[in-house]
Design a protein around this ligand. Sequence first.
Ligand code: HEC
Length: 146
Amino acid sequence: MLKKLALASAMVLAASGMAQAQSGPNLIETRQVAFALLGGDFAGINAVIALKGDVKTLEGRARAITRYAAIMPSLFPQGTAAGSNTKALPEVFSDAAGFQKAAMAMGAAATKLADAAKAGDAELVATEAKAVGATCGACHNAYRAK
Ligand code: HEC
């Protein structure tokens, strides 16, 4: 009896695990939304710089970009190369190490941006924001369809 119960619950667990895999988040749409938010966020950062606003307010947003950089590659697992109008080029999946490096470059630049913001150094913030922008462009050139 106990054995049967244990077996039955193991089967239920396995079945719910399978159901979860099937009904989990759509990673292509998840990453597209994250990038759309990132694009808006980075535009906002640049607007604060252009309008000579308080650069100290940019620290948290820059740190969030660093955090996104750290998890970004995990949103591109094998099997998500097609569908949902993805613009990810095949190179994302065939050169995962290079893609990871490009994400880490954005993270490192965003950390410098956050540190400059924390210090309240507007000139340095402008320089580091340009550097972050360069990492967006570098990755898009190599890994995103036009
Ligand atoms: C490591 C590579 C990489 C970096 C770094 C990167 N991107 Fe992207 N980005 C991509 C890829 C790949 C896509 C396409 C994703 C898809 O369609 O599945 C994308 C898509 C986008 C999109 C379109 C989102 C949509 O579907 O509407 C925007 C906007 C964007 N990125 C902005 C940025 C900005 C701003 C930065 C820098 C702050 C940045 N990205 C840095 C790889 C990168």
